[in-house]
Design a protein around this ligand. Structure first.
Ligand code: BDP
Length: 603
């Protein structure tokens, strides 16, 4: 689905602001059938949980309702009119006045609802949206809802970050012409100095397609007609990590000489390939430095915020990070657009986190019952996962910054049933996008001896906490474990290997002359040990620390005010280790530490 934008043929009204808000238990039956009877207003975009001083709202299980009035511009009588939700976490029902006009499941991908038949240009309507943050074993991510001792429904889930819910991204009302450009898919390649952009335009209705590719100065470099084709780009300027370059692909739908629809999108010409143990961008070995992140901030929860967007990218640039993983769900499209414009490399992850009953077993990793079973990750879970993957890939496949898909975080890939569960998903991902490598982030219980699915994937992405959850406070033992673990994966797979999570909880301001977990010194020593090990293996292609910043978690007793593995605090102040990382990462330009200079990153 194309992101709505103003074009010569499309209009857009932003519906962000404060909306009436209430939780279902306080609103009565069918609350959309009139003005919401509530004194509360919620900010959009924002998760609703932390906005109010009210625990019942914060931990509400069930539906909440947002409502506002919307004026349809009077010039829209001939247009197709849509509502577009950039995200409603995790399920949504949309009502125009009394009518249910659309539904969606999946909390981190956008959806649109055609309301042309329900509204009229020049009039106003009441827009109500029900949002549910509930997680069950048929949602992605999965969770469990039980009726607790008090008779209340209690939500549990198998990931540590707080289950923020609500309208965390923007809401739009927009138009498209009736005959229209429905979708555009591009892929790119180059041979020497000549680039190529392969495009396919999906048209709804009548019209002939014309496309024009312009460079950053606005000069036309190629053009073509027809719904699909290949554009040749002489003297191509490649999109490179640290040196973004974006062409503009203008797509028009014509009826004779009349432009029926127009849409344009940025295109970065670059290639991605896994060859042997190397991860190649534009044919050159690339070394990932950076973080697993979260969309997380005080008060707004997972609400998208351009100020945090800009600041987080500034901090990543300052520290020398060239990449991040969208752990553990697809991020706002604005984040990927920003990464495209600034040459930051992204591993794009689905929200499939917690497909692992082993985590319930604690450090033993023994699941109380099999993960891939009727009871938990069953056919319905797999269908939800497939749908989620489809929505992620179709949303993000045109972003040059996205170099790899991560289809799950820490699934029980060591358990029976993992193969049957993942094989069709891998096949689907490869059909949706044959151009990008695939990965999943490996849980520590999944070892090079017992993992059942790694051969289906292209890159070994390890999440490992030696020196934290294993061998806590004993970095010598941790180093031995880590070394053996990496060596085992190299011997088993012959694939590129990277660390997608390693980290130590660190209380800012806590210091000790002794080796003590939670101190700022321990975080530094822990990372230094990891880096020493990584640098010994030529097959190692990257390091993404867990986590960029401290983030909110559930009320778990082993978390003091959230997960503190951030290199920055939740309000983005550096811990001591940030300066070590800066020293290690700046100037690398995509090369492995200690391996000299490179063209990578230069234009
Ligand atoms: C990993 C998870 C991540 C957690 C992290 C931790 O992938 O989401 O936050 O552990 O415990 O297992 O800090």
């Amino acid at each position: 689905m194309l992101k709505p934008k103003m074009t010569p043929t499309r209009e857009l009204v932003n519906l962000d602001g404060t909306w009436l808000f209430g939780i279902d238990s306080r609103l009565g039956d069918e609350p959309w059938r009139g003005a919401l009877r509530t004194p509360l207003e919620a900010a959009v975009p924002a998760s609703y949980n932390d906005l109010f001083v009210d625990d019942e709202i914060r931990s509400h299980v069930g539906w909440v309702y947002y409502q506002r009035r919307v004026q349809v511009p009077r010039g829209w009588s001939e247009e197709r009119i849509l509502l577009r939700f950039d995200a409603a976490t995790h399920a949504a029902r949309v009502y125009v006045d009394d009518a249910l006009v659309g539904e969606h499941v999946g909390g981190y991908t956008p959806f649109a609802v055609d309301i042309t038949e329900h509204v009229s240009a020049g009039t106003a309507f009441r827009l109500t949206i029900g949002v549910s943050g509930d997680l069950t074993n048929e949602t992605i991510p999965p969770g469990k809802i039980e009726v607790g001792m008090t008779g209340k429904r209690v939500q549990t889930y198998f990931h540590d970050f707080y289950n923020y819910a609500g309208l965390a991204r923007s809401v739009w009302m927009c138009t498209t012409p009736r005959s229209r450009i429905e979708d555009v898919v591009v892929s790119t390649d180059f041979d020497g100095t000549v680039g190529s952009v392969t495009y396919a335009v999906d048209v709804e209705g009548e019209g002939a397609v014309r496309v024009v590719l312009r460079d950053e100065e606005g000069a036309v470099v190629a053009s073509s007609s027809g719904a699909s084709g290949v554009l040749t780009v002489p003297d191509v300027t490649l999109w490179k990590p640290g040196a973004a370059y974006l062409y503009d692909l203008a797509v028009e739908l014509h009826d004779a000489d009349r432009v029926v629809d127009a849409y344009s999108l940025p295109v970065g010409v670059r290639t991605v390939e896994v060859r042997g143990t190397q991860f190649l961008i534009n044919g050159e070995p690339f070394y990932f430095t950076g973080f697993g992140k979260h969309e997380d901030a005080p008060v707004r929860g997972k609400g998208h915020d351009d100020a945090y967007l800009v600041h987080d990218f500034q901090l990543m640039e300052w520290i020398g990070a060239n990449s991040f993983r969208t752990s553990h769900y697809p991020y706002a499209e604005e984040v990927l657009e920003f990464a495209d414009r600034h040459g930051v490399v992204v591993i794009d992850e689905t929200a499939a986190v917690g497909l692992n009953m082993g985590v319930v077993g604690g450090m033993s990793g023994t699941p109380p019952f099999p993960t891939f079973s009727e009871q938990y990750a069953n056919a319905a879970t797999q269908a939800a996962h497939a749908q989620h993957l489809r929505e992620l890939v179709t949303r993000d496949r045109n972003h040059p910054s996205v170099v790899m898909w991560c289809i799950a975080n820490e699934p029980a890939s060591n358990e029976d049933g993992a193969r049957e569960y993942f094989e069709p998903l891998v096949q689907l991902a490869r059909e949706l996008d044959p151009t990008r490598p695939l990965s999943y982030a490996l849980v520590m219980f999944a070892t090079f001896q017992n993992d059942q699915i790694i051969d289906l994937f292209d890159v070994v992405c390890m999440n490992r906490y030696y020196g934290w959850y294993v061998a806590s406070g004993d970095l010598a033992t941790a180093e031995a474990y880590l070394t053996g673990d990496i060596r085992g994966w190299i011997e088993r797979t012959g694939k590129p290997i990277m660390m997608t999570e390693y980290g130590a909880d660190t209380m800012e301001g806590l210091h000790s002359v002794h080796t003590q977990v939670w101190t700022e010194e321990y975080q530094r020593d822990y990372l230094a040990m990891n880096h020493r090990v990584f640098d010994r293996f030529p097959e190692f292609v990257g390091e993404q620390i867990w986590n960029f910043a401290d983030f909110a978690t559930t009320n778990a007793i082993h978390r003091v005010g959230g997960n503190k593995k951030g290199v920055f605090t939740r309000d983005r102040r550096p811990k001591s280790v940030a300066f070590d990382l800066r020293a290690r990462w700046t100037g690398l330009e995509g090369r492995k530490p200690g391996t000299g200079t490179t063209e990578q990153g230069g234009r």
